[in-house]
Write a protein that binds this ligand. Structure first.
Ligand code: SF4
Length: 521
């Protein structure tokens, strides 16, 4: 699999209708599993099947091929679907994967919303309380006819996201052309980065890195390009909240020479930033790196949400949740959630306690560090004390007055770093994370730093004196996130996992596995 060796980690399927060629889905899914790749989503109309028998056998084969990503059903007023058939598809998928959260419904907003909402209500009511999420996406206002349905220009600019949703993907069109995203503007030649009939995955990725437009969109962002164009005297007809419409506008309406000039200025600043960071410290595996045998001492069941950072506070463990979830306070002895606190922002990543009953909280969506005071379940006060934009903060840990924060910076290949902040929240060091894919959360055991790797379910031990990864163990679940040290054991959880108390074996002792021991491989 060329994509795997070129650094691609996830496989998604969209169409047309991917289920029209189930053999292709199964074959690619099995190959992806064999190559230890992850799955994103398969997007379907949910009504492609001719009978319940075909539906059941097609989904079962895909399940057996190892597909464990999400399934998104496109359902709105623009899709003429039989509602009962959509509901039957969703119910069957949930029962085959035995995962109530496997399916979400994606609908296009911005036009015919009333009809869509009636349809969605009918689908949800036939699902009788199954927890299926609905996700709204913007109508593409591209093309003469569409600009008559919805005016894409308004009075508000889009929030920069470096194409977080549709971007950072190799999107293959029916003619074999490859784009760096599945956004609405992908019909534009400026976004073509190769063709699968002629180019290897490696070549396509390297072409993307050399395409000035693609490189600028994923590094300085569309807003960075916009500001540079405005300085060059370009006026836009208004503001727009739709990234891909703006991208299309840039590629079709802005004079080519001015766009090129703006991109060159943007790329100069990228190169400068990369050069200045060239001597930064790096977190890499040590020569003596080894696996740690572990034993699960205890497991506490957690309700499903989007579990993130853990914080040990006396006899309780706090479990932060992303996606607007509350933070749960779990009593360690009883294993019960005794109270919940509202989320300071939209996507709480991690929290640490500081003096004066205050907490520092990282928020992924806002890209900020908040100082928060809780009053029981409510937030008594909250102020933003640091803005990490354009990076997203994840894990946060306090070590002897220093604060370490994991940052993810989207671009062509996401950059992972740890920044060290002093007591005045001034950056004192920046460490590039080389050998941990998708680092999530951190804990400090008094000697070593522990970092969870969301991508490959490993938990890494890091010596912060030289930033060397000295050992790791394999978590007993996928998508590992939160981690905390209680003085004797590590506690870990995952996005959808329970809370595990883990005993670490001493590496100096001969590692003779006991029954129930995960050998860390
Ligand atoms: S804004 Fe452009 S590059 Fe980004 S996802 Fe949309 S079409 Fe793709």
């Amino acid at each position: 699999m060329q994509c795997k060796s070129a650094g691609i980690k996830r496989v998604s399927f969209t169409g047309g209708e991917p289920f029209l060629h189930p053999e292709f889905l199964n074959k690619i899914s099995a190959l992806a599993v064999k190559n230890k790749m992850l799955f994103g989503r398969v997007i379907t109309n949910g009504v492609w099947y001719k009978s319940d028998k075909i539906l059941n056998s097609t989904l079962t084969k895909l399940f057996k091929a190892g597909y464990d990503g999400d399934i998104c059903v496109s359902a709105d007023a623009f899709h003429a679907q039989n509602i009962k058939k959509v509901a039957a598809f969703i119910r069957r998928a949930i029962s085959v994967w035995r995962r109530p959260d496997i399916v979400s419904i994606v609908w296009v907003g911005g036009s015919r919303e009333k009809e869509t909402k009636v349809k969605l209500r009918k689908i949800l009511s036939s699902l009788k309380g199954l927890p299926v999420k609905t996700v709204k996406i913007a109508l593409s206002p591209i093309g003469e006819r569409m600009t008559r349905i919805t005016n894409p220009w308004g009075d508000k600019w889009f929030k920069e996201d470096y194409c977080k949703g549709p971007g950072n993907a190799l999107f293959v069109l029916p003619d074999g052309d490859v784009k760096p995203c599945c956004g609405y503007a992908t019909d534009q030649a400026g976004l073509t980065i190769g063709n699968i009939k002629n180019d290897s995955a490696k070549k396509i990725i390297s072409t993307a890195g050399r395409n000035d437009f693609v490189r600028a969109v994923f590094t300085v962002g569309l807003s960075g390009i916009r500001k540079r164009l405005e300085r060059l005297g370009i006026l836009f007809p208004g503001k727009t909240e739709n990234h891909c419409f703006f991208c299309h506008h840039l590629l079709t309406k802005v004079p080519k020479d001015l766009l090129k000039k703006a991109l060159l200025i943007a790329i100069f600043f990228i190169a400068l930033a990369l050069h200045t960071g060239a001597d930064a410290a790096e977190l890499k595996k040590s020569d003596g790196y080894q696996g740690i045998p572990i034993k699960v001492v205890r497991k506490i069941s957690l309700p499903k949400w989007y579990h993130e950072g853990l914080l040990i506070d006396g006899s309780s463990i706090w479990v932060a949740n992303g996606k607007k979830g509350n933070t749960w306070v779990v009593d360690i002895e009883s294993g019960k959630i005794t109270s919940e606190m509202e989320s300071p922002a939209g996507f709480t990543e991690a929290m640490v306690k500081i003096d004066g009953g205050k907490y520092l909280v990282t928020d992924w969506d806002d890209k900020k560090l908040y100082e928060v005071v809780f009053d029981g379940k409510k937030i008594a006060s909250k102020k933003s004390v640091l803005d990490f934009a354009p990076s997203h903060p994840a894990g946060l840990v306090s070590i002897d007055g220093r604060l370490l924060v994991i940052l993810w910076t989207r671009g062509l290949g996401t950059k992972f770093e740890i920044i060290e902040l002093d007591k005045d929240l001034k950056e004192t060091e920046r460490i590039a994370i080389k050998d941990i894919q998708e680092p999530a959360q951190m804990a400090w055991d008094g000697k070593n730093l522990w970092i969870t790797g969301w991508y490959n379910r490993r938990v890494y031990r890091v010596d912060p004196k030289n930033w060397e990864v000295t050992a790791s163990f394999r978590a007993p679940f996928t998508k590992v996130t939160g981690i905390a040290w209680d003085g004797k054991y590590l506690w870990v959880t995952g996005t959808y996992a329970d809370l595990y108390q883990i005993e670490l074996s001493k590496l100096s002792e001969p590692s003779k596995p006991e029954p129930g021991v995960n050998t860390g491989c």
